[in-house]
Design a protein. Structure first.
Length: 413
């Protein structure tokens, strides 16, 4: 019979106290046990524990089954030995090896062996390569022959002012005219800060045809098309995103050269604090645009060549429209979409956007952001979206380029 109180340890101590006082009270063991609502065998057991270990023996003992623990430790030891003997074996082959060595024993399953190998650090987790997605026609970069064809933007490498505070300088320059549109210090290089600065530039100078950046945050990411929420918003404005190759700053060499001039004349030595440094940036920008001629532009200054864009920033952000036969895709807070009873990862860059989707095969769903194909979802692949890839056209035997599949019809905004 169990104890009838929830405070079992206190009940046991009261029982032992009355047991010790029992010879003077003349009470029998049977009546004492009946008073506390336990059997005589339970009373004798706790008395023997008290005599052997004192008051500490009245606490609750662990009820973990020891046989199962010992069995697991035995199999983990056997697994470690087998792994050290065969370092090239994975969990499936190690299960086969253990089955041959212990044919009459009930072995743990392969998944359990895999978990034990990871727990003990006997295997190295390998990253899966992303499954190939649809192929897109590789576009060349815009030449930037006219003003506002291409703007290049990047962050000048951070440095500290004399008071120890960090300076993150966002720089924007027109590629054709070399006109520096902005050298602005921001508190941190995040999407919200960059969006605020770029919105101000769009209102003042209009919209460019393309923005040229590197692959780093907050401009680029590892999701579909390399876009972030920031760059996806620019794409909705009709701006084309051009990314350099990973770890190749020479793809934006002219902008990096401008950073060198900026550092030499506006950040060496550094200012006392960020507001003073920002004022130096403003004086340098005026000198660079108004007084510094460029040999590549016939010794003319950038201010003589630059004109504001005719494409003005719209009052409201346009919305994509899709054909009526397409699915409307809305993502959850983690950038996932539920399709065929599974959560499929699309990308956090499109959490607040409405995507379109159409079936290209019975088990393949093509996902679009406006007219831009993001990738394919496969019914049998639970990993998520297979990103669309840029690839050059294949060369035929005659030397000409083989035609690629015709892209989907454009979608009006």
């Amino acid at each position: 019979m169990p104890w009838k109180t929830s405070v079992t340890e206190q009940a046991r101590r009261r029982f032992i106290d009355e047991w010790i006082k029992r010879p003077g009270s003349g009470r029998s063991i049977t009546s004492l046990c009946r008073l506390h609502g336990i059997s005589r065998s339970c009373g004798y057991r706790w008395w023997e524990r008290f005599r052997a270990g004192g008051g500490r023996a009245l606490t609750e003992r662990a009820r973990t089954p020891q046989a199962a623990v010992r069995l697991r430790e035995r199999w983990e030891a056997r697994l470690r030995v087998a792994r050290l003997q065969e370092r090239s074996f994975g969990p499936k082959k190690l299960w086969w090896k253990l089955h041959r060595e212990y044919p009459r024993s009930q072995l743990p399953c392969v998944r359990t062996l895999s978990r034990w190998l990871q727990t003990h650090g006997l295997v190295r987790r390998q990253t899966r390569r992303a499954r190939p997605g649809p192929i897109l026609r590789l576009r060349g970069r815009l030449a930037g022959r006219c003003a506002n064809d291409v703007w290049s933007l990047d962050f000048k490498g951070q440095f500290r002012t004399a008071d120890g505070r960090k300076v993150h300088a966002l720089t924007v320059r027109d590629v054709a005219s070399r006109y520096v549109l902005c050298v602005q210090h921001v508190s941190k290089p995040g999407e919200a800060e960059v969006a605020r600065v770029m919105r101000r530039l769009f209102r003042r100078y209009g919209l460019p045809k393309a923005l040229r950046t590197d692959n780093g945050a907050p401009f680029g990411a590892g999701g579909p098309r390399g876009w972030t929420r920031l760059s996806a918003g620019w794409v909705k404005l009709g701006i084309r995103m051009e990314y350099g190759r990973p770890r190749c700053p020479q793809d934006n060499a002219a902008h990096e050269q401008m950073h060198g001039v900026l550092k030499r004349f506006a950040a060496t030595p550094v200012s006392a604090h960020p507001p003073a440094q920002q004022r130096r940036f403003g004086r340098w920008r005026h000198h660079y645009n108004q007084l510094r001629p460029h040999e590549a532009r016939g010794l003319r200054t950038p201010a003589e060549l630059y004109r504001a864009s005719r494409r003005v920033l719209p009052a409201t952000v346009p919305r994509w429209t899709y054909p009526k036969t397409w699915l409307r895709v809305r993502l959850d807070a983690k950038g996932r979409y539920r399709w065929r009873k599974r959560q499929r990862l699309i990308g956090k860059a499109f959490i607040a956007e409405e995507l379109g989707a159409r079936l290209v095969r019975p088990d393949v769903l093509a996902v679009y952001f406006g007219p831009h194909l993001l990738g394919h979802l496969h019914a049998h692949d639970p990993a998520g979206l297979r990103h669309a890839r840029w690839r050059q056209p294949l060369q035929s035997k005659a030397g000409g380029a083989q035609p690629l599949p015709r892209p989907p019809r454009s979608i009006k905004i």
